[in-house]
Write a protein that binds this ligand. Structure first.
Ligand code: RAM
Length: 498
């Protein structure tokens, strides 16, 4: 890894403090007495992130055996019905929010060991002796976020549905705002570059924590992979350390995130300092192209992320993402007076765009991907955002691909964010608003307090991990409506009534 201690120091100085608030479940604990096999569920009324303490006593004879108790936390109620023992997926079951403990002496005040993300807590008595019952006297949570609720920009638009979608989106972002922008407080609880870019955009329009974005950009630039690539994600503890995972798109997104930060915060000094890191991402990506000017495809899982549809071929999306980030690099270079770089990137852009138009299109005008020339919504979206298709042509492409039965679908709100962005970029604002209403509104209708990591309305139980029990249900890459509603559909700004 290659560390820049100055950058890391700067990042740490800008990191926000956590705000604590004590929260109890609705209706209190109520002194419920439990025998072996009994369970009780507490509802905190909203999504929280924090540390939980439970006070127990007993009823009946002096406890003559330990109480053996299981605690299960859930962001959605339906998680409580899932059986952790059945999970056989490929990411660690260590993420499952479940603890089992033995209590030898009663009364006891039990502080659970981890930070949890939850609305619900279920306590199950795995065993007690028949001579006594276990009593839950009190349940409380020390909740944490670095978001300042008082700073949240209101969204009032005479449409309760949209207002609710906005509120849920902001709650999602809030819960993921810890010392850094975490991807999800249940899993993976760390700073991911692709997630950060979207969180930053939503944050500029809502909580306005500019320093927090700045801190995260310095973190990503402060510990890179040995060749200077921005890592896909970064750990904070026990010390700041870039993960050894590299993804073509996530490294490039540093450039776009820096451009967005400069536009939002007008912080030229930081942009100048971070410009070499942004430029390096473009230069590194240049080596991924073949002699025709097309990104070389790969079957290594995660070489380029794009979406959690495991059948998706990423090649065309990668080309579009490269074009999109080149545009950002050109904007940055211009703003910083780096004219030679701007010129060089413009030429590079023209070349790679021309290659995409020549080699990645089929006879229907769709952008196709990989050796099998796969059709997907994602490929069209990224080519539109990359500027390979524009205006009317782009709008038609996005409309007709949705009707193609063989086109690979989008499965995450992350990819849907880019879809909405692409629609807006080609003037399809009403359609964009409709997607915000139907897709994110669909999660609200299904009971979301915070938006989920994954949501495929045609396959609600989708998990790329091999089990929904490890899915995250508060995932900040899903907070897109906070950004789009404020920026494009806010009364007082340019408001289009659907
Ligand atoms: C998920 C993470 C994160 C995302 C990566 C690619 O596992 O939670 O949100 O950026 O995938």
């Amino acid at each position: 890894m290659s560390r820049n201690e100055e950058f890391l120091k700067r990042a740490e100085m800008l990191m926000p403090e956590l705000r604590h608030k004590r929260v109890c479940p609705e209706g209190g604990a109520g002194g419920r007495s439990l025998r072996a096999g009994d369970r009780v569920c507490f509802d905190f009324g909203d999504h929280y992130v924090g540390y939980v303490t439970v006070s127990f006593s007993h009823a009946g004879a002096h406890p003559d055996a330990p109480a053996w108790v299981r605690f299960r936390f859930a962001e959605r109620e339906w998680e409580l019905e899932e059986d952790a023992g059945e999970y056989r997926g490929w990411i660690s079951r260590g993420w499952i929010q479940q603890e089992e403990i033995h209590i030898d002496v009663l009364p006891a005040r039990v502080s659970l060991p981890r930070r949890y993300a939850f609305r619900y807590l279920m306590i199950e008595v795995l065993d007690v002796s028949p001579k006594y019952a276990l009593t839950v006297e009190a349940v409380e949570a020390d909740t944490v976020t670095s978001a300042d609720d008082g700073a949240l920009a209101p969204y009032i638009c005479q449409d309760e549905g949209l207002e609710r979608i906005y509120a849920v989106a902001c709650r999602t972002l809030r819960e993921c705002m810890q010392r850094v922008f975490e991807d999800g407080p249940k899993r993976d609880r760390r700073l991911w570059m692709g997630d950060l870019r979207l969180q930053a955009l939503a944050n500029y329009e809502t909580y306005g924590s500019f320093d927090m974005v700045k801190s995260c950009l310095y973190l990503m630039a402060g510990d890179t992979l040995p060749d200077g690539a921005v890592a896909a994600c970064l750990f904070l503890e026990p010390r700041i350390e870039a993960d050894d995972t590299k993804m073509f798109d996530y490294s490039l997104f540093f450039t776009a995130a820096l451009r967005d930060y400069l536009n939002a915060a007008r912080d030229t000094a930081a942009a100048r300092e971070l410009w070499p890191t942004a430029k390096r991402q473009i230069e590194l990506a240049e080596s991924s192209f073949d002699h025709l000017g097309i990104v070389r495809d790969s079957d290594r899982m995660g070489w380029c992320f794009v979406d959690w549809n495991l059948r998706l071929n990423k090649q065309a999306s990668a080309q579009g993402i490269y074009l999109y980030c080149l545009k950002a690099a050109i904007e940055l270079a211009k703003a910083l007076g780096e004219t030679e770089d701007a010129q060089r990137f413009r030429e590079e852009y023209r070349e790679k765009r021309a290659a995409a138009l020549k080699y990645l299109r089929d006879d229907r005008g769709y952008f196709v991907s990989g050796g099998e020339r796969q059709l997907s919504v994602a490929s069209q979206v990224w080519m539109v955002l990359g500027g390979a298709a524009e205006g009317r042509e782009a709008a038609e492409l996005l409309a007709k691909v949705q009707a193609e039965p063989e086109a690979e679908r989008m499965v995450t709100p992350y990819m849907y964010h880019h879809y909405v962005d692409a629609l807006i970029s080609c003037g399809e604002r009403e359609r964009a608003l409709e997607v915000l209403r139907s897709y994110w509104g669909g999660m609200v209708a299904a009971g979301a307090d915070t938006f989920w990591e994954l949501w495929d309305p045609e396959d609600p139980g989708h998990s790329p991990y091999g089990g929904t029990i490890v899915n995250s249900y508060c995932h900040a890459w899903s907070c897109a409506p906070a950004y789009f509603l404020q920026k494009y559909f806010s009364p007082g700004r340019e408001w289009i009534n659907a």
